[in-house]
Design a protein around this ligand. Structure first.
Ligand SMILES: [Zn+2]
Length: 121
């Protein structure tokens, strides 16, 4: 198997519903996202997917979240915009957009230097 790794970031605000603590208040993060893509095969050029093509897909998705209030986005209207759920959202959105031979293996989202959460299947 081959893996390629893309790092992204976005800034956004959120607050956690039904949560007792400071995170129930509106606040922001500079989120960092690590996306691991995998493929069993390389293409004719010997690559999984052109970094530029993959980056275009990941950047478009980051732009949907950047400088937004996550609680207002449709995905997070009924589920909490936790770091775990953000990773799941990104995993599913990216998997649907990647070329046929490329799969999202894992998405890890960091809300700060010390705290991150991953989603994978
Ligand atoms: Zn937070």
């Amino acid at each position: 198997m081959y893996e390629i790794i893309i790092e992204e970031s976005f800034s956004s605000a959120h607050k956690l519903r039904d949560y007792q603590g400071v995170c129930e208040n509106l606040h922001g993060h500079n989120w960092k996202v690590v996306i691991v893509l995998e493929s069993e095969h390389l293409n004719e050029q010997g690559i999984v997917v052109d970094f530029k093509d993959a980056k275009k897909i990941t950047e478009e998705l980051m732009n949907k979240l950047d400088h937004k209030y996550l609680n207002e986005l449709s995905w997070f209207c009924s589920i909490n915009p936790t770091t775990e759920n953000i990773s799941e959202f990104l995993f599913n959105e990216l998997n649907a957009k990647m070329p046929d031979n490329v799969y999202v293996k894992k998405v890890t989202t960091w809300e700060s230097d010390g705290f991150g959460a991953s989603y994978y299947k």
